[in-house]
Design a binder for this molecule. Structure first.
Ligand code: F6P
Length: 359
């Protein structure tokens, strides 16, 4: 009987997920293995017999350029329950037992979990419960300390740059201030890279609290200099020195970020008298075709995951460091955010070309 591995995509979707799946399937089939794809993240491990599709070269042909995930995904779901000891997340015992029995019955010898920090936390618990796990990091936010880059980030940045190119037209034609709110949660990577690539004049990121008066001052100074329009990029997690992060709790008890773009726009309008408009880019940043960089990184991550299985290096997560794809223990990777340091070279380069961070 052929060796059989499983794979699932978990958490928010992200350009490049299908490239990883295709990479895994091809590398696994070269080894003579079968690949089972569980549907809708960890949820596919719950029903009797599992909810899955067989992934082979045929099924995964022509998917690399597609956004999203052909397996479907779930954010949170049944595998995440708050534990009583201060809000930590644990897999409920019954769900864990069910998942293990599905994997055993299907003869799955290794499970590749493609997901972000929350999914890696779940993966780690499965690993500690004896399931042979390999992690593949995924997030457009690019905020995992254990890997220098995640696929999806470059595609999100390209989307932001494209949006700024488009907003530039209206900004200059109408001599307006245009504020673009972008994703990234507590990290400003998408705003920083997208803002720089798209020629943003002001970039506001969570790591550098800003001053409304400084931002307004930039708009006024540009006006005095004959630049009658200004592009402001705001990360959803950015906050004014005088204020808090803009977020609200959802019915499930989680919180959703957003709203800071409109706040910045109304403050700038009130302080400068300039006509100011807001655009919230939202999930456009997570959709669409992955860039070539993300297709290649995704493919390399998938291939590395299969190599780790072949070597029996379980409990590890694929990681990108110094242009090489390596791996790190999942236990060392979870709950470690990579934020922008104020002395970051890209921040310095942006300042050198007159980008203001509102500080
Ligand atoms: O982590 C990726 C991300 O897109 C964040 O940038 C954003 O805050 C969040 O997910 C949005 O999540 P949801 O799609 O669940 O609203």
């Amino acid at each position: 009987m052929k060796k059989r591995i499983g794979v699932l995509t978990s958490g928010g979707d992200c350009p490049g997920l299908n490239a990883v799946l295709r990479g895994i399937v091809r590398a696994a089939s070269t080894q003579g293995w079968e690949t089972i794809g569980f549907k809708d993240g960890f949820e596919g491990l719950i029903p009797e017999g599992g909810d899955f599709m067989v992934l082979d070269r045929k099924v995964t042909a022509g998917i690399m350029h597609l956004g999203g995930t052909i397996l479907g995904t779930t954010n949170k779901g049944h595998f995440v329950a708050k534990s009583g000891d201060g809000g930590g997340m644990r897999i409920p015992d019954g769900i864990l037992a069910q998942a293990k029995s599905v994997l055993r019955d299907l003869r799955i010898e290794a499970l590749v979990v493609i997901g972000g920090d929350g999914s890696m936390t779940t993966a780690l618990q499965l690993s500690e419960a004896g399931v042979p796990i390999i992690g593949v990091p995924k997030t457009i936010d690019n905020d995992l300390e254990a890997t220098a880059m995640t696929f999806g980030f470059d595609s999100a940045v390209a989307c932001v740059a494209d949006a700024l190119d488009r907003l530039h037209t209206t900004a200059s034609s109408h001599k307006r201030v245009m504020v673009l709110e972008v994703m990234g949660r507590h990290a400003g990577w998408i705003a920083l890279y997208g803002g720089l690539a798209g020629g943003g004049d002001v970039i506001l990121i969570p790591e550098i609290p800003f001053d409304f008066e400084k931002v307004a001052g930039i708009v006024r100074a540009r006006e005095a200099d004959g630049c009658l329009s200004t592009l402001i990029v705001v990360a959803e997690g950015a906050r004014a020195i005088q204020g808090r992060k803009s977020m609200h709790a959802t019915a499930s008890g989680e919180y959703r970020m957003g709203g800071i773009g409109e706040i910045v726009a109304s403050e700038v309008a009130a302080r400068t008298g300039k006509e100011t408009r807001t655009c919230v880019l939202g999930h456009l940043q997570r959709g669409g075709h992955p860039t070539t960089l993300d297709r290649i990184l995704g493919t390399r991550f998938g291939v590395k995951a299969v190599e780790l299985i072949a070597r029996g290096t379980f409990g590890h997560m694929v990681s990108y460091q110094n242009y090489l794809v390596r791996s790190v223990p999942i236990a060392d990777a979870v709950h470690r955010l990579r934020l922008i340091r104020p002395d970051n070279q890209v921040v310095e380069a942006a300042r050198a070309v007159d980008v203001s961070f509102g500080d």
